[in-house]
Design a binder for this molecule. Structure first.
Ligand code: C5P
Length: 224
């Protein structure tokens, strides 16, 4: 394999309600992070997985994941991008492709990792899985008054794993001064092209309690 997967899993996950760090919440009896790492490790191109865990949980996360797949666990940071940077620092220089994958998208299938990695291998510097937006999207002001309707045909909902040539991702992180919620955003700011590949309904992000209910049902379906 020529791919490292970096997994930011150090977030608190307050939107899910009170409890453990989000990546350690249970889905069908197992932490989200275990589901995510199992699928990443099943992708044939993946040589290495680096997880950024809450600083107090590094040892526990390593113990949790060791039976699932060989992993390196580092302490995450205050913001998601700090956690990604910490994990990226543990990826050796001879690995050419880095995929960044949120632990919260724990049902992203191995196929999706392969599709993103293959597109980077074919020469794209930055690749994101994306789906069409199904809802009508309105722009509103602070009081909730509608300012306009956005043309959704030009919009995409973006998922992870996001794939990068390793030098481009390192450069984007080094240059990113202000905060960004996805790594492709940092690459865009460098002026580089980012290309979309088809995303997966299974790569939904577990954010709110209803997402856990949906994911529980997805686990009963045949894998995509
Ligand atoms: O909170 P949100 O769903 O946007 O978090 C996305 C991912 O980033 C999650 O997997 C979370 O664990 C991770 N994260 C992190 N370090 C932070 C904040 C979020 O690794 N400081």
């Amino acid at each position: 394999g020529d791919v490292a997967v970096v997994v930011p899993a150090a977030g608190a996950g307050v939107r899910l309600g009170p409890g453990a760090p989000k990546a350690l919440r249970l889905l069908d009896g197992e932490p989200l992070l275990v589901h995510a790492v199992r699928r990443a490790a099943a992708a044939p191109s993946v040589r290495m997985i680096v997880v950024a865990a809450p600083p107090s949980e590094v040892e526990a996360v390593h113990a949790l994941l060791a039976p699932v797949a060989p992993v390196t666990v580092v302490a995450g940071g205050a913001e998601r991008q700090d956690s990604v940077a910490a994990a990226l620092a543990a990826v050796p220089g001879d690995i050419g492709i880095v995929l960044v994958h949120d632990a919260a998208r724990c049902l992203a299938p191995a196929d999706l990792f392969e599709r993103v990695a293959a597109t980077v291998r074919d020469g794209a510097g930055a690749v994101i899985p994306a789906l069409p937006v199904v809802d009508t999207i309105k722009e509103v002001d602070a009081s909730g008054r509608v300012l306009g309707t956005v043309d959704r045909s030009v919009l995409r909902a973006v998922q992870t794993p996001q794939g990068f040539s390793a030098p481009l991702l390192r450069a984007a992180h080094a240059a990113a001064a202000d905060s960004h919620t996805d790594d492709a955003g940092a690459v865009e700011k460098l002026g580089h092209h980012v290309v979309c590949v088809p995303g997966s309904d299974f790569a939904l992000k577990i954010t709110r309690p209803i997402d856990l209910a949906v994911a529980t049902h997805l686990l009963t379906l045949p894998p995509p």
